[in-house]
Design a protein around this ligand. Structure first.
Ligand code: F0G
Length: 501
């Protein structure tokens, strides 16, 4: 019998903030490489973490999405997956876990976050509407444009102050939101809060901010505006609230998640993050009629309403992982790893965005490579060189790759703005790496940085592709390719360990 949820959540005095609360049963290998081989790979496949063949990436922090190591509890639950088309038993297990997590009565499973978002936008958003957010994730921004509406990002100003060490720099700018809401209330069907704010340094959102957003909607509402939460990593956001917002220190993260949900009308989750699965998602909401409106839309694209594009075993894995991933001592272990990696970077002089978030470390490549201007891609360059140094891959989010479009005029290249920081996101897969991996990843970044002005500028490779639609503009980061204006420095060879067959 596998350990039950109740047993998993039992009180403990074991120091799970110092030692991981699990042990390893299966390990995963990558193909060993040399610096020469890695240079060949970069030249052949392109210089971005997203393009590198994964078997040649020894430490992969390109994303924390779908990359978790599942537990014995999840794998054993998967064996019990009920693959019946309609009303499979696995759906009941899934529904029970999602109800417990969200405290919302109406649920639809989806194959991942973006398919759930599609239902929300189709059901609620129309041409000419506006959807304010602390910062839309790329896909909710895309759905918004697809409906002929405008995604509006109102991120708090603290984020723009690099000296600010506040804990909740992912917040909505409450003053700006209030003013915007008063002026546009008739055009706002939906407000989206992303907890934590992935596209801005992974910074968390406070409970106070969430409550303030709710109060403003209640006060000035003119058309039944809904508040939805993008909860891909809400368990980790809850951990930050527990650590850093007064009044929450004695609450469990599950209680904090449920309190967050209590201020919302609905939520959508990419379960590939905090629910510790490789595939899955859901929408949960309070209003039955909206739920019914979403049902045929789900059937049209993803299958029946009790599986939403997932297999029975996927549903089982989410049901277990969702609760495992909100367990306080699991989250203490996760935060320890993020903090360890952040310290490993700082110790080696690699500049990071502070405070480090709850799921990733964002490297301030602009500070690391001050000789490169934003449009010369300092993050693109440092990230590529770090792979060359030691097989460590990450995601560059600099102005070269992510200059921000004007949301009211997204096709106008002339209105694009540079990113506020030239960041590399090192997103930490869950339960995958150990301290020596983090030390080596930090070492790769430090070695890369030590080449200083020898590191070249990058430029976009011009490619003849059909033009993107407005709703696809933000997705160009998946198509654009970049190259250095001159070769990356090969530097000293790293000591070789030989194997002979
Ligand atoms: N919302 C947030 C905050 C996300 O970070 C993502 C995905 C999604 C929604 C969409 O979920 O991929 O399951 O469809 N983020 C991944 C990342 C891709 O690397 O940050 P999805």
């Amino acid at each position: 019998m596998r350990i039950s949820d109740k047993e998993m959540l039992s009180m403990t005095d074991l120091p799970f903030d110092k030692v991981s609360p699990y042990r390893v049963k299966v390990v995963e290998y990558t193909i060993p490489t040399t610096k020469e081989k890695r240079m060949e790979i970069l030249k052949k496949y392109g210089y971005s973490g997203r393009l590198l063949p994964a078997e040649y990436v020894h430490i992969n922090m390109v994303t924390d999405s779908g990359t978790a190591a599942m537990s014995d509890r999840q794998w054993s639950a998967m064996m019990l997956g009920d693959e019946s088309y309609f009303e499979a038993r696995s759906y009941e297990n899934f529904e029970e876990a999602v109800n417990l997590f969200t405290d919302m009565p109406y649920i639809l499973p989806c194959h991942q976050g973006r398919s759930g978002e599609y239902l929300v936008y189709q059901a609620l958003v129309q041409q000419g509407d506006k959807v304010p957010s602390n910062t839309h994730f790329t896909t909710t921004g895309a759905w918004c444009y697809e409906r002929g509406a405008e995604p509006v990002n109102l991120l708090c100003k603290d984020y723009l102050d690099s000296e600010d060490k506040g804990w909740f720099k992912g917040n909505m700018d409450i003053e700006a939101f209030e003013a915007y809401f008063i002026e546009n209330a008739e055009k706002i069907p939906l407000v989206e809060l992303v907890l934590p704010n992935n596209l801005n340094g992974g910074q968390p959102v406070s409970m106070a901010n969430l409550k303030a957003v709710r109060e403003i909607i209640n006060k000035y509402d003119k058309r039944g505006t809904k508040l939805y939460l993008d909860v891909a990593r809400i368990s980790e956001n809850a951990w930050m609230i527990k650590q850093h917002e007064s009044g929450y220190e004695d609450k469990s993260c599950l209680e904090i998640v449920r309190e967050c949900m209590s201020y919302a009308d609905g939520c959508h989750m990419s379960s590939k993050k905090a629910a510790l699965v490789n595939m899955g998602g859901f929408v949960a909401l309070r209003d039955k009629r909206t739920w019914q409106k979403m049902q045929p839309k789900l059937i049209r694209t993803d299958g029946y309403i009790t599986y939403g594009g997932l297999t029975g075993r996927d549903l089982e894995a989410v049901a277990v992982g969702l609760i495992e991933g909100v367990n306080d001592y699991y989250l203490a272990d996760r935060q320890r790893q993020v903090d360890y990696f952040a310290e490993a970077c700082k110790k080696r002089g690699v500049h990071i965005m502070e405070p480090a978030s709850c799921f990733a470390v964002y490297i301030d490549a602009g500070k690391c490579l001050p000789h490169l201007s934003p449009m010369e891609g300092p993050a693109t360059c440092l990230s590529a060189q770090a792979y060359l140094e030691g097989g460590f891959a990450s995601t560059a989010m600099d102005s070269l790759q992510r200059a921000r479009e004007d949301s009211s005029d997204p096709l106008n290249e002339g209105k694009k703005m540079t990113a506020p920081y030239e960041l590399i996101r090192c997103a930490i897969p869950r339960r995958v790496y150990q301290e020596p991996h983090y030390d080596w990843a930090a070492e790769c970044l430090a070695r890369a940085m030590s080449h200083g002005t020898k590191l070249p500028a990058f430029r976009k490779i011009k490619e003849d592709r059909p033009p993107l639609e407005i709703s696809e503009i933000g997705l160009r980061t998946f198509f654009d390719n970049f190259e250095p204006v001159s070769d990356l420095p090969l530097g000293d060879p790293v000591k070789m360990v030989s194997t002979r067959i």
